[in-house]
Ligand binder design. Sequence first.
Ligand code: ARG
Length: 474
Amino acid sequence: MKLWGGRFTKATDKLVEEYTASIQFDQQLWKEDITGSLAHVAMLGKCGIIGEEEATVIAEGLKKVAARIEAGDAEFTIANEDVHMNVEKMLLDEVGPVGGKLHTGRSRNDQVATDMHLYLRARVIELIDLTVKVQEALLEQAKANTDTILPGYTHLQRAQPVLFAHHLMAYYSMLQRDAERLMDSWKRINVLPLGAGALAGTTFPIDREFVAELLKFDAVYTNSMDAVSDRDFIIEFLSHASLLMAHLSRLSEEMILWMSNEFNFVELDDAFCTGSSIMPQKKNPDVAELVRGKTGRVYGNLIGMLTVLKGLPLAYNKDMQEDKEGMFDTVATLHGALSLFAPMIRTMKVKKENMRQAVAEDFSNATDLADYLVGKGMPFRQAHEVVGKSVLYSIEQGKYLLDLTIEEYKQFSPLFEEDIYAALDPRQVVNARNVLGGTAKNQVEIQLAQAETQLKSSQLWVENHYSKIDVSLI
Ligand code: ARG
């Protein structure tokens, strides 16, 4: 017998039962579901909507159900459709017909939304926590590489030399924005839908603020129709998650390139690579490749959810049940990527000498040659032309800029003097970019110091928020 079976004269078709059920995936919400129910029943008792003793019996029953599920002693069934009805059925088995009073003044529509808010607010804190750990690993590597110079690229062509610390801190900054975006979104997740009923509110004199207080929500939804129809808190999460994955994917791509024989700039630790079944020499950066690959499914989940929602009239529609798998999958994908990234970065071996060698064998100091002429009064556009000619000449001679003699330089401009060699030295080239946000060592050190402060404040946010959601009703 279905909990909603009254108006039906026939059993549900087996295929329909399977097709419409969500228990296969929403069973992971059982703790959130029971927590929400415990707050709801406490409120029903307090407001005199059901008897105080009845509320106690139901609460005790719910706790027993929780213990049974925890112990692996409860069976979720497709016949009971979703986590809400499975739990309610288990409650009825535990306490008898009085358990039927639990659903007074609520609907599965506000119930499921509440479960999702409870679930996501906790996961988002964990994911921010993990993002901060990746930032810490980046900062640690950056600190160990404030003297490591490598070519910086544009168009994947060597452009200007940069500190490896500077390069790593670019990713740190991207992840900082990701963390801040997630922190900001948290305010919109920590809002209580319960009390919205099916869509219009309820005829019972409920106390939504009391429920919010018990569940430690900062606010309640102002509009009942919005409360049960809103999935933008999920879409916002999927969107921030997509961007975070985009950043990890770009870093993955660079690690894969850097680890190739062609670059040979870093070596990822054996513990984070795998081998080939046929080629004995292979050591593949599989983790980085998979993070890059799994970015696709996170984008897919975002586009999927945006599409599910776009044509839905208010309020609840069964389509909305499609909000779960993509969200669970995104949480798991992010969790995996972030957890692996921190130790992978921390244990990455940086081949400083190869990086230095690369800079010695390129023209990434050409801009500095032009800037040198500008310093002597030549308009930049003209200096660009002169240096272009010098580069072409060097290539023809099989030389780099530091190999040209002063006589050779003078063919291109009388303004060149002996001090040109000092200006072209890679360390000088890097340190000359001494502007806010530039790659000069002292500017990078400013970034590193700022990062320390930022990370402390993120850690504090995480700590505060873990305690903000510390609800132990079960
Ligand atoms: N399993 C449903 C979901 O995930 C719960 C809400 C069902 N509500 C309803 N009126 N059928 O969305």
